[in-house]
Design a protein around this ligand. Sequence first.
Ligand SMILES: [Zn+2]
Ligand SMILES: [Zn+2]
Length: 393
Amino acid sequence: MNELFKTYQKEIEEISEYIFKNPELGLKETKSAKYLISILKKYGFTVEENYCGFSTGFRGEFGDDEGPKICFLPEYDALPGYGKNKDENGHACGHNWIAATTLGAAIILSKMKDKFNGKIIVIGTPAEETLGAKVDMVNQGAFNNIDIAFQMHLGAENNIGCRALAIDSLRFEFFGKAAHAAAFPEEGINALDSVTLMFAGVSALRQHVSSDVRIHGAIRSGGGATNTIHDYASCEFMIRSATREYLDKVTEKVINCAKGAALMTGCTMKLSNVDNSYDNLLNIAPLQNLLKSNLEKVGVKNILNGVKKGVGSSDIGNVSKAIPTSYCELEIETEPNCYVHDENFLKYANSSNAYKLIEQSVKATIYSSLELYNNKELLKEIKEVFQEINNKK
Ligand SMILES: [Zn+2]
Ligand SMILES: [Zn+2]
């Protein structure tokens, strides 16, 4: 394995480098997707392009139908708003590293095919930072008949018990009636009032939800001319909770705030999704234990299981509700402390430190995959625990 890794190490690091140097926003990751597809094809993977209706999505397969099917989930979208003039894209979330580690594991496994029966699947998942293409892919059945999914992310600590909150991302539009604000205000219906009343309602609601809930909003349209009663105003809210079940209840209350605000002013209200809704991340203990033992085997130390603060959301949550999913974060040492999405993180996402973690990630993923391909009992146990957790909700 060490020899095999050395053979492909440079090429795997080049994946990180190429994606890092070509930062593209979600659904526009054309160069990145093309590049990753070309590498998979070079190593004999059969690739379906434009996967699930996404021009930058793809699915690569290698191996046989007999035996387990394990998938690896590259991401390759960047973030906007970096550089001197804040008009550049940047891989401040390190998705270049995810692309390198997932393809790296898949390529090396394809060279070890004599050691197992089964299929290696690589699903290129666009727009993690925005739309969340994995949600559509899950809904279109992309993960049906796949046994296990793997992904790792750079982070501030080594953690096999990461959390991701379920999230709903909603747009509220209010439609009123324009009128001269001084001469005929009694003729108007003020849509901006609905927006401010909705914010007031949500602020009151925050007192009555459990402590894991996060609700944050922004006004997208605050009306037109100051001397006109605003006939249109809109806002967006992100609503998050530790579980999808509880989030559904909170989201209903937020929607009621909007309905109430519309009723108070006489506006009509239109509700739509800004981005896909994500589920919370499900961790499966025997899968976490497997990964932990293999991370330790390749020299990763101080591995935590669980986070106390700093929890966001990711579309991998939906994958984790569809099939058993192994997601973990590896600590990238930064000086001073620096977190993903920080401009300074760009210094680390493609650094020699990140390359050291590529090696550990790829090796631990391969060791874990080999055990899953070859140990039917373990795979069965993981699936049973997954079913149990999924049925509890
Ligand atoms: Zn991110
Ligand atoms: Zn990320």
